[in-house]
Design a protein. Structure first.
Length: 466
């Protein structure tokens, strides 16, 4: 047995903050004791990590990533190896990625393909949601089986992207009925894709080809309308609902109204919607392509509404929707036609730091930071308390975080396999110092000590947030 001791830091969980030493045996946290207490003084360990002046946090849980996703005529540029390494650099020790059901195929085929991409390559632990692109009788049976086995207990459906991932309302209702029965969680990309496609065609016909039109045609009202419809369909089916990448204030208002009625409806937003806006999409030349994602960035007034939603718990989770495409050769596919710009932004490495900046600026508390980035995503997707907290019995996924160091986010220093940063030049206070994944130090003082293949696949319970 190997013992590791983290001494003198401020342990921050979603529930409390305490100056405590953390004792780890092999892969698990076994005990916490007040720093300076006789209990802590009696502990001995092979490895002692001095965390005085630092925060000691549970490793981040990013519940929405797309490594190597084939999308928009190309593939997301981070592999499971590069993407999970970058995640660890940014203090995230668990990702949940999306295995895609091939059109006309089984969910099993998608999961097998994603296992093959990820197995033996990840630096930190990982799980899979399933993207259901074709609801039919056998897929509904598969959803039940996957939920029961824990291989994938959450399923993403799309009201957007007709001809790619889109499901009509009848298919969505059937999937929700199945989830209501089995305990699976339906995740929804809520945008009215059929209406958006009409507006895209009209914009292009009018010669509006620049990136900023991506934001204009994907109207806020069409996110709010789809969010409302998804909520009503979930209510009819009697299923809980998790709406991914909420960007519009009016869509958030739909979630808040449903929650006020007591409905089990949850929402996720992403750093790009909290820190970026349509101003970025309108950057000169083709620069705006760097910020093309769906749901799209919104005018910056929406940011205050999203922050408020995070404070009031009308939004429960901040994930990244990390889906990187290089500017050169990938985003460029849409020069002269914004609808051909692959949709997605890089961010898996930046989430914990950007949210800490929100702590520094007084937008959220330290405990809320840990709650929305670690504890609640773990609970929402059936990984708690193994992930998302610092407590006896939890996996020793621990981040020692320096709250004082100032850093500048940049493509020249990040570890994501993408040739630009969506946050280029942004100064933030706070930086990851040491990262443990299941008791193994994978990063320390800017030195990478991890390895591809250390990360293990996680089976999951059903949603623990209901
Ligand atoms: O633009 C995005 N969000 N790309 C990834 C696919 C999705 O809809 O999450
Ligand atoms: Zn989506
Ligand atoms: Zn996504």
């Amino acid at each position: 047995m190997t013992r590791t001791l983290i001494t003198g830091g401020l342990v921050v969980t979603a529930a409390e903050e305490m100056h405590a030493d953390v004792l780890i045996e092999d892969r698990k946290i076994v005990a916490l004791a007040a720093t300076g207490s006789s209990t802590a003084a009696g502990w001995q360990a092979e490895t002692v990590i001095d965390a005085h002046g630092q925060y000691v946090l549970p490793g981040g849980v990013d519940a929405h990533t797309h490594m190597e996703l084939p999308f928009g005529g190309t593939s997301a540029s981070d592999t499971f190896e590069t993407g999970t390494r970058a995640a660890a650099w940014g203090g995230t020790t668990t990702i949940i990625d999306f295995a895609v059901q091939p059109m006309g195929g089984a969910l099993r085929e998608g999961l097998d393909a994603w296992h093959a991409k990820a197995e033996g390559r990840c630096a930190v632990d990982y799980g899979f949601h399933t993207i259901v692109s074709d609801v039919n009788d056998s897929v509904l049976k598969e959803m039940d089986l996957l939920t029961a086995s824990g291989e994938s207990t959450s399923f993403k459906l799309f009201m957007a992207y007709p001809g790619v991932f889109y499901s009509d309302d009848g298919k969505i209702l059937r999937a929700m009925q199945s989830a209501a029965h089995s305990g699976g969680l339906i995740m929804m990309h809520a945008e009215n894709g059929l209406a958006i496609d009409v507006l895209v065609a009209q914009a292009l016909a009018a010669g509006h080809t620049e990136p900023r039109y991506h934001g204009e045609v994907r109207r806020e009202l069409l996110e709010a309308e789809a969010t409302h419809r998804a909520i009503k369909l979930a209510q009819v089916a009697g299923s809980p609902l998790y709406v991914v990448h909420v960007s519009a204030g009016s869509a958030l208002a739909e979630l808040a109204a449903a929650r006020d009625q007591g409905l089990p409806v949850f929402g996720e937003t992403c750093p790009q919607y909290l820190f970026l806006s349509t101003d970025n999409l309108a950057e000169p030349g083709f620069e705006g392509a760097k910020y093309v994602c769906s749901t799209p960035l919104r005018p910056h007034e929406h940011q205050a509404q999203l922050w408020r939603g995070l404070r009031t718990n009308d939004l429960q989770v901040v994930s990244t929707d990390h889906c990187p495409f290089c500017f050169t050769g990938q985003k460029e596919l849409g020069r002269g036609d914004f609808s051909k710009i692959p949709n997605g932004l890089p961010g898996v490495e930046n989430r914990m730091d950007l949210l800490h900046q929100a702590v520094v600026e007084g937008r959220i508390s330290r405990r809320r930071w840990v709650e929305i980035a670690c504890a609640t995503p773990a609970r929402m997707f059936g990984l708690y308390p193994r992930k998302g907290t610092i407590a006896p019995g939890a996996d020793a996924d621990v981040v020692v975080y320096d709250p004082e160091t100032v850093q500048v986010l940049s493509a020249s220093s990040h570890h994501m396999n993408v040739d630009y940063s969506a946050y280029e030049g942004r100064q933030v206070t706070g930086r990851v110092r040491t990262v443990l994944s299941r008791g193994t130090v994978v990063l320390d003082h800017g030195r990478w000590l991890g390895r591809a293949g250390h990360g293990q696949f996680l089976t999951r319970a059903t949603c623990q947030y209901l």
